[in-house]
Ligand binder design. Sequence first.
Ligand code: SF4
Ligand code: SF4
Length: 158
Amino acid sequence: MRRPEGTTSYLRATLHGMALTFRHLVRPHKVTLQYPEERPQLAPRWRGTHRMAVHADGRPKCVACGLCPTICPSNCIRLVPGEDDQGNRYPVVFEIDEFRCVFCGMCQEVCPVEAIHMGQDYENAEYTRERFIYDLDRLMAQDHPVTALWDPDDPASQ
Ligand code: SF4
Ligand code: SF4
């Protein structure tokens, strides 16, 4: 970049900048997105608010194996496992603190039963930190699309 030597007027540079601004003002192609009426195109592998997959009878698919809280680098998953009379494990408590989560996607990658998924959702602003803690019911109620890290047509990744 060539810098001016000695004293110089910045009027020409200012006018050049203003001309550029006005050129964009009258350009027919607008790049501004009229959010929320217009939504951005998210990348297929974009990772946002979690979803818990649900069985047809309404039970969560999680088998409380403990892998996702173990691998989570933010330590933001809380799991209390339980076991029914038939010996089936299930989550008594399953919470994700979306405020601490770094959306790495490792919980989804590690889950052996394809239960927890990253979702294509980013509109999760809240007024309090407590509201960012998603319990099991809230995770099961999420209905936004999941990321392409997981293929719904190939749930076992075969
Ligand atoms: S996306 Fe990463 S940081 Fe967030 S809950 Fe899953 S493993 Fe933890
Ligand atoms: S890895 Fe899957 S099955 Fe295991 S505790 Fe996490 S969500 Fe449940």
